[in-house]
Design a protein around this ligand. Structure first.
Ligand SMILES: Cc1ncc(COP(=O)(O)O)c(C=O)c1O
Length: 452
C-alpha cells in the first residue's frame, strides 16, 4: 500500500539495510512506480533515470511486452527444478547463444542469478577446463560483492573482504586509462603498447602455465566508463592465445546494447572464450545472470560434472522475462539506436557541458555509456575529490542538483555516469543534457565557494 513518502522513508530506514552506505540519515526518494525513462516517488515526483537503475534497465521501465510475458509465465509455471529441462530455459539459451560471438562454433549458457555469481562460476569453469589456478583481473575493476567476486574486484569494494580474500590465486594488473595513464603516456597507441607489455610481464611473472584466465570488463564500468585505446583488447586476445589462457569478458554492464552492440566485445571486434552477463538480459526486471561459454569449453563438461549450480539457475520467470527482453531489443533496433542515435547526440551534448564548465576534465564513453570526470584543475587533471578517498567533498551537490531538477544518476568519487535507457528519445537526451549542465554549474559554484 502506498502511504505518504515520509512514513515510508522512516519505515525503510528502520527495517532495511541499504547497500554500501552508512545507514544513518539516509533520505532518498521512495520509488513506487516506473514508466519509460522515468521513476516516480511516493510523493508523486518524477525523475528521469539517467543511469538505467544501475545500468540495467536498458529497455526503460515497465515495457508492456515484457510485462505481458512475465504475467503469462506467472500464470503457467513459477518454478522448475534446475536439473530437469524447461521450455523457456531452452528458448532463452538458444537466443543468447545466437547473440554470442562464436558463430558456427556455437556455445552454451549456464544461468546464475547475478553478475557476481556469474563471474565466480566462470572462474570455476576456466579453472576446470585448463587445470590451472591463477586468475588475472584489472585494478579499478568491479566484478561483484560476493566473497569470491569481491576478491576478483580491483578497487576499494574489495577491501571489505580483506585480509581474508577467499578466492586464492587472484592477481591484479593495470589496464589502460588514457586520461590518467598508469603507464605515464599521453598517446593512446603508446598506452596500448605499454599496457600490453605490462599484462605480458604479469603473466610471465606468475608463470603462464599456472594462469587459467584473464577476466576484464571490455569497457570499465562503475569505475568510470574507461574505454580502452584501440588494440588493447585485441592484444589481450593474442596474449591469451599464446599461453592457452581463457579470456573472459565481464559483460554484466556492457551487455545488451549498452556499448551500441549486443556485447562490448563485438563493438571492439574481439571475441572472448567466455562472457558473463546479468543486468540488461532482463532489463533488470528480475534477477538473472549467467556465463556464455564457447562450444570448445562447454563440451569439456559432457563427461565430467559441471562444477556449479544454484536453486534459481534458469528460473522460469527470469527465462520468460529474458526472452521477451531480447525480443524487445530486436524489435526496436535498440543496439543500433545506441550506436547511431544516442552515442553521437549524447556525446555532443556532454561535450558542450565540458566546454562550458572548467570543472569537467573529461567526457568519455561509447554507445549509451558515458561519464564525466571532474577535476579541480584542468591542466594538472587533479581529481575534484580523491578516488577511493574518505571524503566526497562537494560532489553530493551534483547529485542533489540532479534530484532537485527531476533526474537520477549515480557516480563514484569524481565521476558522474550517464547511461540512460536505450529507449530515450532525442528530445529526452537534450533535456537530460540541460539538466546535467545546470547541476554541473551548481557543483562548480559550490566548489568555488568551498575553495574560498
Ligand atoms: C562489470 C560488473 N560485473 C559484475 C557486477 C556484479 O553484478 P551483481 O550486482 O548482479 O552481482 C557488476 C555490478 O554492477 C558489474 O558492473
Amino acid at each position: 500500500m502506498i502511504v505518504a513518502g515520509d512514513a515510508l522513508t522512516s519505515k525503510h530506514a528502520r527495517y532495511v539495510l541499504t547497500p554500501w552506505m552508512a545507514q544513518g540519515n539516509l533520505k532518498p526518494p521512495v520509488i513506487v512506480r516506473g514508466e519509460g525513462i522515468y521513476l516516480y516517488d511516493a510523493d508523486g515526483n518524477r525523475y528521469a533515470d539517467l543511469t538505467s537503475g544501475l545500468i540495467a534497465v536498458n529497455l526503460g521501465h515497465g515495457h508492456p511486452a515484457v510485462r505481458a510475458a512475465m504475467h503469462e509465465q506467472v500464470d503457467r509455471l513459477c518454478f522448475s527444478p534446475p536439473s530437469w529441462f524447461n521450455d523457456a530455459r531452452a528458448e532463452l539459451g538458444e537466443a543468447l547463444v545466437r547473440l554470442a560471438p562464436w558463430g558456427d562454433e556455437g556455445g552454451r549458457v549456464f544461468f546464475s542469478t547475478s553478475g557476481a555469481a556469474a563471474n565466480e562460476d566462470a572462474i570455476k569453469f576456466a579453472r576446470a577446463v585448463t587445470g590451472r589456478s591463477k586468475v588475472l583481473t584489472g585494478y579499478r575493476s568491479f566484478h561483484g560483492s560476493g566473497a569470491g567476486s569481491a576478491t576478483l574486484t580491483g578497487e576499494n569494494r574489495r577491501w571489505y573482504n580483506e585480509p581474508n580474500n577467499v578466492m586464492p590465486g587472484v592477481v591484479h594488473f593495470w589496464a589502460p586509462y588514457p586520461y590518467r595513464s598508469p603507464f605515464f603516456t599521453q598517446d593512446p597507441a603508446e598506452e596500448t603498447r605499454r599496457a600490453l607489455q605490462h599484462a605480458a610481464d604479469t603473466v610471465a611473472a606468475e608463470n603462464p602455465d599456472h594462469v587459467a584466465a584473464i577476466l576484464i570488463e571490455p569497457v570499465i564500468g562503475s569505475n568510470g566508463v574507461i574505454v580502452f585505446p584501440p588494440g588493447y583488447l585485441a592484444g589481450l586476445r593474442v596474449l591469451c592465445d599464446a599461453h592457452g589462457i581463457v579470456l573472459i569478458f565481464d559483460e554484466v554492464m556492457t551487455g545488451f546494447g549498452r556499448t551500441g552492440a549486443a556485447f562490448g566485445g563485438e563493438r571492439f571486434g574481439v571475441v572472448p572464450d567466455m562472457l558473463t552477463f546479468a543486468k540488461g538480459v532482463t532489463s533488470g526486471y528480475v534477477p538473472l545472470g549467467g556465463v556464455l561459454l564457447r562450444e570448445k569449453y562447454a563440451r569439456a563438461f559432457d563427461e565430467k560434472p559441471l562444477p556449479a549450480g544454484h536453486t534459481y539457475s534458469g528460473h522460469p520467470l527470469a527465462m520468460a522475462t529474458g526472452i521477451a527482453t531480447l525480443q524487445a531489443y530486436r524489435d526496436a533496433g535498440l543496439y543500433e539506436r545506441a550506436a547511431d542515435g544516442i552515442e553521437p547526440r549524447l556525446r555532443a551534448g556532454l561535450e558542450r557541458v565540458r566546454d562550458k564548465h572548467e570543472i569537467v576534465g573529461e567526457v568519455r564513453g561509447v554507445g549509451a555509456f558515458f561519464a564525466l570526470e571532474f577535476v579541480s584543475d584542468r591542466a594538472t587533471r587533479e581529481p575534484l575529490v580523491p578516488w577511493q578517498g574518505k571524503s566526497l567533498g562537494v560532489m553530493p551537490t551534483l547529485f542533489a542538483g540532479l534530484k532537485k531538477r527531476g533526474a537520477y544518476a549515480f557516480g563514484r568519487y569524481n565521476v558522474l555516469h550517464v547511461a540512460p535507457p536505450l529507449i530515450i528519445t532525442d528530445e529526452q537526451i537534450d533535456e537530460a543534457v540541460a539538466t546535467i549542465d545546470a547541476a554541473v554549474g551548481e557543483l562548480e559554484e559550490a566548489y568555488a565557494t568551498a575553495r574560498g
